[in-house]
Design a protein around this ligand. Structure first.
Ligand SMILES: C[S@@+](CC[C@H](N)C(=O)[O-])C[C@H]1O[C@@H](n2cnc3c(N)ncnc32)[C@H](O)[C@@H]1O
Length: 280
C-alpha cells in the first residue's frame, strides 16, 4: 500500500520543535479533528496538521514552530504517552544488531519469551510482515495487558499473539525459526527453546550481566546449541555544532550482551564436554 504524503485524521504525528535540539521536547500525538495539543511553547490545533504534507512547519498559537513528520517506531516508543513501560525494554540501539545476526526476515515464525512492555515485539512485528507470526510469552497478566495495548497502538499488522504463560512450563509451538529470550533467568527456558526450534533455527538471548551470561552460556553448550557467539553493540552519538563536531560526552554505553546460537541435528557430546571445560 502506498504511504500517504499527507496527514489524515487518526494518524500518528511526530512534532519536533525548531527552537531546541532537546530530544525530550519532541512529541508523538494521534490526530483527532477538533482537538488541541498543548506544548510548553503554546497550543497546536490538530486541524492545522490534518491535510498538510509530511514535513510541514506547524505554528503554535503564540508563534513557535514545530516540524510535523511521520514517526518511526523508535519515536513512538520514546515519545508517545500511550506506549507505557512496565519493564525494562530493548532499545533501538540493539534492534538492528539482533535482526542482522539472527537473520530475522519477512515471513519468520518467532517465539519470544518475556513480552515485557512489548517494545521488541513491536519491532519484530514490523520486520516479519503479514506472512510472519510472533508467539510472545509473558508470565505476568498485568504486563501482558499493557503490552497488548501498546502493540494495538503501535503495530500496523496483527501478526503477534501474546500468551499469558510461564515458558518454563513449556512452549506450544514447534519448528520455529527464532526463539528470542529476554527474561532474568534464561537458562530455565533454554530446554523448551531447543524443543520449539526447527533444525538450524536460532536462539537469541538478551542478557544484562556477566553473571547471567556465564550461566546461560554453560547451559546452552550443555544442550548442544552450536555456532554460539556473544556480541555487544556500540553506538556513539555526535554533537553537530558549527564550531565543534565530535562525539557527545554524555550518553549511555552499555545495554546488554546478546547471545546467539543454533540448533543442529545432533549433539556432539565430545565437543560439549570440551566446551564446558572453559567453565570449570
Ligand atoms: C525485561 S522484560 C522484557 C522486555 C521486552 N523485551 C521489551 O522490549 O519490552 C522481561 C519480562 O519477562 C517476563 N518473564 C520472566 N520470566 C518469564 C517466563 N519464564 N516466562 C514468560 N515470561 C517471563 C517478566 O514478567 C517480564 O515482563
Amino acid at each position: 500500500m502506498e504511504k500517504s504524503k499527507f496527514f489524515s485524521d487518526g494518524d500518528l504525528v511526530l512534532l519536533i520543535p525548531l527552537n531546541t535540539e532537546k530530544i525530550k521536547d519532541r512529541h508523538v500525538i494521534q490526530l483527532h479533528s477538533g482537538e488541541k495539543f498543548h506544548t510548553k511553547n503554546g497550543m497546536i490545533l490538530h486541524d492545522d496538521i490534518i491535510g498538510k504534507t509530511l514535513g510541514s512547519i506547524i505554528s503554535t498559537h503564540i508563534g513557535f514552530n514545530y516540524i510535523a513528520l511521520d514517526p518511526t517506531l523508535k519515536d513512538i516508543i520514546k515519545h508517545y504517552p500511550k506506549f507505557r513501560y512496565k519493564t525494562q525494554i530493548i532499545y533501538p540501539r540493539d534492534w538492528g544488531l539482533i535482526m542482522a545476526f539472527a537473520g530475522i526476515k519477512n515471513g519468520d515464525l518467532i517465539v519470544e519469551i518475556g513480552t515485557g512492555s512489548g517494545a521488541f515485539t513491536a519491532f519484530l512485528s514490523s520486520i516479519i510482515g503479514p506472512e510472519g507470526k510472533i508467539f510472545s510469552y509473558e508470565v505476568d497478566p498485568d504486563r501482558a495487558r499493557i503490552a497488548e495495548e501498546n502493540l494495538r497502538n503501535t503495530c500496523s499488522t496483527r501478526n503477534y499473539i501474546i500468551k499469558i504463560k510461564n515458558a518454563e512450563d513449556g512452549i506450544d509451538e514447534r519448528d520455529v525459526d527464532i526463539v528470542f529470550i529476554d527474561v532474568p533467568e534464561p537458562w530455565r527456558v533454554l530446554r523448551n527453546a531447543w524443543q520449539a526450534l526447527r533444525f538450524g533455527g536460532q536462539v537469541v538471548v538478551y542478557i544484562p550481566t556477566f553473571n547471567q551470561l556465564q550461566k546461560t552460556l554453560k547451559v546452552m553448550l550443555l544442550y548442544g546449541f552450536i555456532d554460539v557467539s556473544v556480541k555487544e553493540g556500540f553506538i556513539r552519538d555526535f554533537q553537530i555544532k558549527p564550531y565543534a563536531v565530535r562525539p557527545k560526552i554524555k550518553g549511555y554505553y552499555f545495554s546488554a550482551f546478546i547471545v546467539f546460537g543454533r540448533k543442529g541435528t545432533f549433539i556432539p557430546i565430545k565437543q560439549i564436554k570440551e566446551a564446558l571445560k572453559k567453565f570449570e
